[in-house]
Design a protein around this ligand. Structure first.
Ligand code: SAH
Length: 357
């Protein structure tokens, strides 16, 4: 197989088969770095073709670090007794949104551990309050696995999007990253339910998570291609000192960029963030992500004094240049890359809100 041929095929047909993707991932750097640069360029052009050379901003509110789940890789999993737990109340969350709205954000992302305190009534009240106050804004939720009915209530209260990374599409790999009560089949069913209800959905996975093989990554990419989510979240795995994976290496920057650029070409219309994890493993990570086809940044809007408590992994950036306080410098950085901030809601171009069945 010829790498140059594969890259061109990927960029013109937006698909490759399992063997082709595996060959590309394993061999792209064998003849120097030129082919990789070409891949990034094609990914950026594809982003520009579908969305223009724009970057969309999402204000991230980390609602609670209480979690009933025990995902082995995650710093806030329930069995970590060293976490100083907090949860925001409705007023705190609305205050965060107000700060974001003043800067110009048109999407608020509520992310949280799986905190049972927020029953359907509480969460729907928060969603509808944000929506009433900011009807021109989109609400994205990232609250984990819930029932069909709960998702439907969230949607009817005004939520527009839902992020739920599938984490890995391999059953055996999934069971090495999660306790036995968490099932890949349930995670996938949640994604199908969210899609059926009418959300813009986001799936994704970590690069270089423990036990991950290149074959797993290819299967993740093919799963994403088939699911065709509106958003894709892919960032490097980063160890957390209070987890059993504390001695594993953080994900590789170049590998993450490679997977992001391939994802852009496989799913040309996707909204693809240069994640906080990518920015956390390298000071240039976020910019490099934007040059490899990403088009979303999620600045942190959480209350300053609580940010270091939402510690999914070690050295997670939260108060540096990805935070809202540095908005001006973020704007300059993005402009210097030949991109510009788009202050619209930034919905996926193939999505329209339709009334729930
Ligand atoms: N409770 C929500 C939000 C989880 S945190 C849910 O279940 O979806 C959001 C994402 O952070 C996770 O999906 C996971 O892919 C990522 N994450 C968690 N721990 C991480 C780590 N150690 N390194 C990198 N990413 C991590």
């Amino acid at each position: 197989m010829d790498i140059e041929y594969l890259i061109n095929k990927l960029s013109t047909t937006n698909s490759l088969c399992f063997d082709e993707l595996l060959y590309l991932i394993k061999n792209i750097d064998k003849q120097g770095l030129e082919l990789r640069q070409n891949l990034y360029k094609l990914a950026s052009h594809t982003r520009d073709k579908y969305y223009g050379n724009k970057v969309f901003l999402r204000g991230l509110v980390e609602v609670s670090n209480y979690c009933k789940s025990d995902c082995y890789y995650c710093g806030i999993r329930c069995s970590n007794k060293n976490v100083d737990r907090y949860r925001l109340d409705k007023k705190d969350i609305l205050d965060c949104c107000e700060i974001g709205y003043k800067i110009g954000y048109k999407t608020f992302v509520l992310q949280s551990g799986e905190d049972l305190y927020f029953d359907d009534d509480k969460m729907c009240d928060i969603i509808s309050c944000i929506k009433n106050k900011y009807p021109d804004c989109a609400i994205t939720l990232s609250l984990g696995e819930k029932s069909y009915d709960t998702y439907k209530k969230y949607f009817l209260s005004g939520a527009d999007r839902y992020l739920l990374r599938h984490e890995t599409s391999s059953e055996s790999h999934y069971s090495k990253l999660h306790p036995s009560n968490l099932k890949l089949s349930n995670r996938k069913e949640c994604l199908e339910n969210l899609k059926e209800i009418g959300f813009q959905i986001g799936a994704g996975f970590m690069v270089d998570s423990p036990f991950q093989t290149d074959e797993d990554i290819v299967n993740d990419l093919l799963y994403l291609k088939e699911l065709n989510p509106h958003m894709v979240g892919i960032g490097p795995f980063i160890p957390h000192h209070d987890t059993i994976f504390k001695d594993y290496k953080p994900g590789d920057l170049n590998k993450t960029l490679l997977i992001l650029s391939i994802t852009r070409l496989l799913l040309p219309a996707s909204l693809l963030p240069a994640t906080t994890a990518l920015a956390s493993i390298d000071p240039k990570g976020r910019n490099m992500g934007l040059l490899a086809g990403c088009n979303v940044i999620m600045p942190n809007l959480s209350p300053y004094e609580l940010r270091n408590k939402y510690s999914l992994y070690d050295n997670k950036l939260s108060t540096g240049c990805e935070a809202y306080e540095y908005h001006k410098s973020l704007e300059d950085t993005i402009n210097n890359l030949g991109l510009s901030i788009d202050y619209s809601r930034g919905d996926n171009i193939n999505w329209r809100r339709v009334k729930c069945l």
